[in-house]
Design a protein around this ligand. Structure first.
Ligand SMILES: NC(=O)c1ccc[n+]([C@@H]2O[C@H](COP(=O)([O-])OP(=O)(O)OC[C@H]3O[C@@H](n4cnc5c(N)ncnc54)[C@H](OP(=O)(O)O)[C@@H]3O)[C@@H](O)[C@H]2O)c1
Length: 243
């Protein structure tokens, strides 16, 4: 997705823990189009200073694309196998860090005279949880709810809040549980996902659902998503009367 954004003329400052990957990304595109910052977003206490530094170095930042994530399996029928520390690390990476980053960057985004954006990568299995991945499903469900809430809170500002819900995509996400050989062959190719997502981003869609989950057709899945969106809208209308 970062490559696509650059191809569309957007400067990307990529963030991650692996400096070699970030350096390769910048050298592929050149420093006029790409830059990078090394950070571990699960280190919540360091996020305010990270944001301050990022804004100082790149004052033209106009959108935050929160995309990092991790996914592990846990079986609570066998509690001794559940690594609770790792479970909580997953919640922190997939949810708590996104809240802290949103909080740290919002003053900058709100102060801009131009439209700005918060873009979040969620997952279909926030709406329909996958039983083998309770931390992932729950953390992304929390993220999904958070996104819906802040979108409503920011409705009278120039900050656009976008939620991308991907299907299974061929990335490194499943390496840990399945190994790279199997994990990177599951789902749709990244290029296909990026092309579809970019088209919807460009169209200005706020909730972008690509593909579906296993065992449900896209229509079956969208029936839930659309009904939920209508219910959220009704509740927002009601809550506005009390503000
Ligand atoms: N692939 C799928 O099937 C799928 C489906 C639905 C949703 N998603 C979501 O898509 C997003 C991207 O995942 P992906 O599939 O591209 O997985 P990936 O190939 O494993 O990429 C994860 C990215 O997140 C970064 N990251 C992870 N933990 C981080 C941390 N603590 N601090 C900073 N950066 C961190 C990684 O960089 P470093 O390791 O260098 O830090 C890496 O660039 C995630 O939110 C995931 O939940 C993926």
């Amino acid at each position: 997705m970062a490559d696509k954004l650059i191809a569309e003329g957007i400067h990307v400052t990529a963030v991650g823990r692996r400096k070699d990957r970030l350096d390769a990304f910048v050298s592929t595109h050149g420093s006029s189009k790409a830059s990078s910052l090394v950070a571990d977003i699960s280190d919540i206490s360091s996020i305010p200073a990270f944001a301050q530094n990022a804004i100082k170095q790149y004052p033209t930042i106009d959108a935050l694309f929160l995309n990092a994530g991790m996914q592990r399996n846990y079986n609570f029928a066998s509690p001794s196998t559940v690594k609770l520390l790792q479970f909580n690390e997953e919640i922190t990476t997939n949810f708590t860090s996104f809240v802290a980053l949103t909080h740290a960057f919002l003053p900058h985004l709100l102060a801009s005279p131009n439209p700005t954006g918060l873009i979040y990568t969620g997952t279909h299995i926030s709406l329909v949880p996958a039983s083998t991945m309770p931390a992932y499903s729950a953390s992304k469900a929390a993220l999904d709810a958070f996104i819906q809430c802040i979108r409503e809170q920011l409705r009278n500002t120039k900050v656009n809040v976008v939620h991308i819900s991907p299907p299974l995509v061929q990335t490194e996400l499943h390496d840990f549980e399945m190994g790279a050989e199997v994990g990177r062959k599951m789902g749709v190719p990244v290029e296909e996902f990026v092309a579809e997502t970019w088209a919807e981003l460009k169209e200005g869609k706020k909730d972008i659902y690509i593909g579906s989950i296993g065992a449900s057709t896209k229509d079956q899945f969208m029936e839930i998503a659309d009904k939920r969106a209508e219910a959220i809208d009704r509740l927002n209308q009601l809550l506005r009367k009390f503000q």
